[in-house]
Design a protein around this ligand. Sequence first.
Ligand code: 26W
Length: 825
Amino acid sequence: MMMSEKEMMLENTVSAYENSLLNHCRYSMGEEWQQLSKRDLFQTAALAVRDRLIDRLIETEERYRQSDAKRLYYLSMEFLMGRTLGNSLINLNAYDACKDALMKLGVDLEEVREIEPDAALGNGGLGRLAACFLDSLATLDMPGFGYGINYEYGLFKQLIKNGYQKEEPDHWLAYGTPWQIRRPDETLRIHVYGRIETPKSKDFEYGHLWVDTKEILGVPYDMPIVGYGGRTVNCLRLYSARSSQEFDMEIFNNGDYVKAVEQKMTSETISKVLYPSDSVKSGRELRLKQEYFLVACAVRDIVRRYERDHKNALSKFASKVAIQLNDTHPALAIAELMRVLIDDKDLPWEEAWEITHDTFAYTNHTLLAEALEKWPVSLLELVVPRHLQIIKEINRRFLEQVARVFPDDPERLKRMTIITEDGESQVRMAHLSIVGSHSVNGVSELHSELVKKSLVPDFHELTPEKFNNKTNGVTQRRWLLKANPALAELITETIGDRWITELEELHMLEPYAEAGQFQQEFRSIKRDNKLRLAKVILDTNDVVVDPDSIFDVHIKRIHEYKRQSLNCMRIIHEYLSLVEDNQQPVAPRTYIFAGKAAPGYWAAKQIIKMINNVAQIINNDPRANEFMKVVFIPDYKVSLAEKIIPAADISEQVSTAGMEASGTGNMKFAMNGALTMGTLDGANIEICEEVGEENIFIFGLKAAEIEKMKREKSYNPWEYYYHDGRIKRVMDALNSKSFCTDENERFVWFYEAVLNAGDTYFLLADLASYIEAQERAGAAYLQTDDWTGKAILNVARTGKFSSDRTILEYAKEIWNIKRYMRNGH
Ligand code: 26W
């Protein structure tokens, strides 16, 4: 007998959840309810939720297939998903049902949620953006799928010992994860190393013989991604590397058992660990293999799915497939698709190139020179010789085209070449990405302009139509509805719940910005959130903080350009004004920091030490105590951000203008009613435009001014040092024993970097303006009603910064994908 869809789909009622929980307890966990450990409870609850996701996943796939939908594949080395249980329950509209079912069984859902390890398969902004995009794609009922690597170890766990960062491995898969469905039947065989056999006949003009390769297996694991409302469940496909049996057996049969096992382990290291650097590239062979592994698995899987649905008509490929490159990390996909089309599918070069170019689009996420990927030709030759050959041919044809448009301009060819010739020959992955894509976008208005004007002006001149902007966004489901349930409820009571899927609706809050009752409730929610965070701080840092002080928050990766050190200098200034000049800050503040430094980034790690030393001195000085507290909360991650952001009064977004591509934390804070203290950089500019100048604190040099000072070499930090006593005092304090907790001369490096090495990040140039903006902010905070009004307007005016808006723009202007609603919805 056929079951109806309704009968088949598991329900979201309390009793249905109770049933599921008890069933999984017995038949999946093999336990009695009372015997379940905390971790078992999480597992059990997750399995109950997962059943519901799978029903909808199958239905969704069928819906796309029936409509022959064009699909978008988002290729990314990072997906910073965080926790899934609470998020899925909210998106399924089943949070209360599951909570009540657990309650009936004597268990608190909040506690169970805290057991779940974060899926920290990313470093920072770029990885979290990918996660927000997946949420929006599913919520918008769009066929958008992620492809990534199933790292066994996510981003390292950060401990603070004696003020220094220490790294520990994050073995997040130690107990397995209920959120992945293993698909062994769809395992792929990937080839690496080997050599090229020279083609023999003319038919082989671009032909190949890639031989003597080693084989690695790519085993897919699918993570269901449920959109809000639960209608659509897309998936994120993550690959684990496994050794191929045959390969091991060959050595094994030759009698070297240990070597066979060693080889097996080497192939499996490919998906072992996420590289913890978000800028300084290390040029390591393993990283290259990771990038190639992702790309090879994804491209083959995409082609296979296309052929399954389209019976060999590859000419239509680009009308059914869009591939987005999340920065250049997956750029080898361009060469891989060319290889598949030419070598495996026997297409002529021109046809393969048209398909490839029409399929790919590239997003740039950084202008930092040290973060732009370049791979030595010699390394590519070793690992992916066939791809190198293809890249060389792409470059040859490309340079020919450039020479036709700009004859007699050898300098231009040098600037634009994909493969550099002087010195160690290298492949510039950004150039490959631009040439192989039909769209190139930056992630905020300013950044997209800088991509065109400073990063790759020659490419913009050649193909201006490729370049466009897609200002980043964040999902309000996680960053408001889930992270700040009380504020979400107040908003829904006031304007209804449509903001959850249409964030511009928040504008309807504007009339309440000055309403006494609304203000009061808004303030009381903020205070509760601050109390909750104060509890976290007490637990992790053993520091008591005052929930009535300003919570001034600076959380993000630790990086010189993000200028945590500028914040630190300003804190030192306030402290010295207090203890030396008897000048009390207008309002007490709690300075909150969190963030990880790349393990190999010495200066960033020193900045962590500096913050912790300053914290120790200030927190233990009775003269400062009632006015200032400084805390560095260890082990920043998505789940910690969800606790910190709703409790913030001030959001520190103080990068050197022109260096932060967009920022997305800035959006999360504004959405939760924190006021931004920021430079005119990245998306801060657009936040300022939206919320209004009177509701944000802007300071510092503009990107163009910094650019000019760099060009003219006119910046001299000593001038600022000698002309401003405040600045001199801070620098001298850092150069003295004042903030050293044990050894002397701890921060001499900083003094040197700023005063004698040119102050690359313009700290001294912006410090005075920063101090003054902070003084304005402190005074403004005392005007309680005014401040609350500004905070409410920040919430009301962040509609633009939903990743739903971003995704709709990508879908319309780059991907050409549509929405596929379920019947009756
Ligand atoms: C090669 C190692 C490496 C790894 C990651 C180099 C560069 C990266 C990323 C580009 C760093 C990153 O996360 N960039 C951030 O992307 C966000 C999403 O677009 C932006 O909001 C941030 O401004 C940008 O720093």
